[in-house]
Design a protein around this ligand. Structure first.
Ligand code: NAD
Length: 495
């Protein structure tokens, strides 16, 4: 049986704004590159228009951020004051949760209750990092008599944050909260598929009393506004979540300007399921691990590597979980239950369906699902593939959709080898009652985070980020704060 949290969304119809602007230096405005139509993936119909920034807009935003930073209006504050403002931004999001979730569902496709969870998650980042404001402390280093030496941490200055479409509210919240609390001025490039909900961050910043120029949010095309932001000579630090190829382009721009970047580039994460695992409990991990947000999660449990003696039972249980999900427009799915919404776009849905067909041609068995659904919108059937082998493309490349690949193993060492056998290394999991076996797997899995007996265990407090092509730097937890500050050492000769 799958357990569900007792969350019921109080559905409210929000008047949809037709045209959404960018926010630069405390003012809303049009974009130099015109407008883009945002589509509702739950219907396939146009939802609204969004202003598109060009390189000139990006420059204005960066200059506004730079001027604010140089003024000291944020960085010179006592940290507790910044912390209080960041916390207030989170409370603002919670106060507007219903409206934000409504628009999020319309632009992204996820069920309304999932959208509400995302807004809560975003608010939690502001709470957590607001609380951390006063913990960024330097240290004193003994140099013997005649010297006094200490370190301080200073913000980089202008933090550029390039956001993906799968969790546009949470991802912006994640970098914006940590960036602001450490005293940086932020320029957010929202995703062109799901830009609308990012409009609540400037509103939250205004309500919290942040200085003009501290929060700038603009939408633009990746290869135009995104590239211009990543390459801007006055950007001092970059945070990016998205695809490997875009991450490489951003890292190249960062290298040319000699600025640090944090890259979170997705994965092909595997759960190793041993013969002693509780498969009934594991149904819940399947439900959340691969069907939450229609599988469009960087740390999705996209592979299960199961001991051959339990394979048939696991395949049967996974198929039952997939078949139990009611798939349809997210806006009608208000309560946390066995349901799934649309994928973000027809292009993402078609790509996932094509990957399933290719896997089938390569010898994988489609146990259930695998097809686009014959209804308006970007819907795909919850899918389970068995007989997947480690060399198949489906076992190597990120699908970013509701597609679970099941592989099997005989020896423990093989399970680890298969789990580690992709270029990625974001997260991993091990399911067993044997603590020694779990600990050994945790040590041997090459990933930034390992879950034992619960996929997605952890939270805002736990550091998150990749090994290998999953990127570098860490988000979440106290670890992430160090991405936004640079160390200054001050050595004093006493006379
Ligand atoms: P993407 O990496 O191209 O886009 C992510 C963000 O980067 C968007 O805001 C986009 O505008 C921006 N961008 C694109 N090109 C840029 C450039 N040259 N310079 C600066 N910014 C740029 O991702 P996508 O094309 O939307 O999705 C493709 C695949 O990426 C997905 O199928 C999935 O596998 C992966 N993806 C991963 C995540 C994640 O959470 N790790 C999120 C989204 C997509």
């Amino acid at each position: 049986m799958i357990g569900f949290m007792p969350i019921v969304f109080k559905s409210k119809v929000t008047q949809m704004i037709d045209y959404w602007q960018n926010y630069i230096n405390g003012a809303w405005g049009d974009g130099g590159a015109g407008r883009i139509t945002v589509t509702n993936p739950g219907t396939g119909e146009a939802l609204a228009e969004q202003a598109l920034a060009d390189a000139g807009d990006v420059d204005r935003a960066v200059q506004a951020a730079r001027a604010m930073h140089r003024s000291g209006a944020l960085s010179a504050l006592r940290p507790v004051e910044r912390g209080r403002m960041v916390q207030a931004m989170g409370r603002y999001l919670l106060d507007h949760q219903d409206k934000i979730a409504h628009v999020l569902t319309l632009e992204q496709g996820k069920p309304l209750w999932e959208a509400a969870l995302e807004v809560k998650g975003a608010a939690r980042y502001f709470e957590y990092y607001g609380n951390q404001a006063e913990t960024v402390e330097g240290r004193s280093i003994p140099l013997g008599a005649g010297y006094f030496d200490f370190t301080t941490y200073e913000p980089f200055g202008v933090s550029a944050q390039i956001i993906p479409w799968n969790y546009p509210v949470e991802m912006t919240a994640r970098s914006l909260s940590a960036g602001l609390v450490t005293g940086n001025a932020c320029v957010v490039k929202s995703p062109e598929l799901t830009p609308l909900t990012n409009a609540w961050f400037p509103r939250a910043a205004e309500a919290a009393g942040l200085p003009k120029g501290a929060v700038n949010v603009l939408c633009g095309l990746g290869h135009e506004a995104g590239a211009a932001l990543a390459a801007h000579p006055d950007v001092n630090q970059i945070v990016f979540t998205g695809s490997v190829s875009t991450g490489i382009a951003i890292a190249e721009s960062a290298a040319r300007n000699v600025v640090p970047c944090v890259l979170e580039l997705g994965g092909k994460s595997a759960a190793i399921v041993h013969e002693d695992a509780d498969l009934e409990a594991f149904e819940k991990d399947i439900r959340w691990g691969i069907y939450f947000n229609a599988g469009q999660v960087c740390s999705a449990m996209s592979r299960v590597i199961v001991h051959h003696t339990r394979r048939d039972e696991l395949v049967e249980r996974a198929a039952a979980v997939a078949k139990s999900l009611s798939v349809g427009p997210g806006i009608e799915r208000t309560a946390c239950a066995a349901n799934m919404g649309a994928m973000v776009s027809n292009a993402q849905r078609d790509r996932a369906a094509d990957m399933v067909s290719a896997a089938q041609a390569a010898g994988a068995r489609v146990v259930t699902g695998g097809r686009k659904m014959n209804i308006p919108g970007a819907f795909m059937e919850p899918t389970v593939l068995s007989d997947v082998t480690p060399d198949m493309v489906i076992a190597q490349e990120e699908v970013f959709g509701p597609v679970l690949s099941i592989l099997s193993f005989r020896e423990e060492a093989d399970a680890i080898r298969i789990a580690n056998g992709t270029p990625y290394g974001l997260v991993g999991g091990v399911f067993t009652r044997d603590i020694d076996r779990a600990m050994q797997a945790a040590q041997n899995i090459r990933a930034g985070q390992v879950f034992v007996n619960e996929w997605y265990a952890g939270g805002v407090e736990t550091p998150f980020g990749g090994y290998g092509k999953s990127g570098y730097g860490r988000e979440k937890g106290r670890e992430a704060l160090w991405n936004y500050v640079q160390t200054k050492n001050i050595a004093i000769r006493l006379r």
